[in-house]
Design a binder for this molecule. Structure first.
Ligand SMILES: [Ca+2]
Length: 252
């Protein structure tokens, strides 16, 4: 589930949340429908399914890669299902799912735009100092050449060093026209276990051309910044020149 500061437009967030919730519900209902017998033993099977709802959640969680936090509360769901006739459930409509999925990824891209706007407003509270404030002290400045300023003096794009490793992940995410969607990138970035606010900032810096998607260079940059943060350094508020992917220098 997405968590952001209260400045972000609530209706927009609500829309993202509802889409995800609808998707989870559709999977739960379809799973229950699939397991119901056609003629005999319906009531017993229903009881069994309600009891085993946790197993059903786990299967959907694994097969659809939906985080457990996005599922409805299991006790409430069990109570709700008691009074429902499972035979009336409709089978899953793949077209509907596709639409919800598309809506979600589009919405996440929109949402990230809002995060960006919010971040700009909050820039005065952002990171100051380090190698980004002034070059007056040159290489003797605290933190020079470390964290996000690693590779500052190198001719080669510092992210390129580990890019083959990041490329491997990138191509597993089935990019379309060389890019992965916001939703796909989000799922992968969440594996870092960094807070959503930090990942939002990393996204803002990594989506250099601001099209709501990541190409291989932007994806590698996102992972580079994740590593910087995981190593205990701060994420800069603006992308330092030496971190801009070579093909995107025109955007800066
Ligand atoms: Ca992009």
């Amino acid at each position: 589930m997405i968590r952001v500061s209260k400045n972000i437009s609530q209706p927009k967030l609500h829309l993202v949340w509802c889409g995800q919730l609808g998707l989870v519900h559709a999977h739960i209902i379809s799973s229950l429908k699939k397991q119901m017998p056609a003629v005999f033993g319906k009531e017993n099977k229903k009881k069994e399914l309600i009891q085993d709802l946790d197993k059903i959640y786990k299967t959907i969680e694994r097969e659809q890669q939906i985080p457990r936090g996005d599922f409805p509360d299991i006790i409430k769901m069990q109570e709700l299902l008691q009074g429902v006739d499972f035979t009336r459930f409709k089978p899953l409509n793949p077209k509907l799912l596709e639409n919800v999925d598309r809506m979600l990824s589009k919405d996440i891209a929109e949402f990230m735009k809002l995060v960006r706007e919010e971040e700009t407003q909050m820039s005065e509270n952002g990171v100051r100092g380090g190698a980004f404030e002034s070059a007056r002290d040159g290489p003797f400045k605290l933190g020079y050449g470390e964290g996000a300023s690693e590779g500052l003096d190198d001719e080669e794009w510092v992210v390129a060093r580990d890019k083959p490793k990041y490329d491997e992940i990138f191509y597993k995410l089935s990019p379309i026209n060389g890019k992965i969607s916001g939703a796909n990138a989000k799922a992968e970035m969440l594996k870092s276990k960094l807070p959503n606010t930090t990942l939002g900032r990393i996204w803002k810096l990594a989506d250099v051309d601001r099209d709501g998607m990541l190409d291989d260079e932007e994806f590698a940059l996102a992972h580079h910044l994740i590593r910087v943060k995981q190593e205990g350094y701060e994420i800069p508020t603006a992308l330092p020149k030496h971190l801009v992917p070579p093909s995107k220098r025109a955007f800066i």
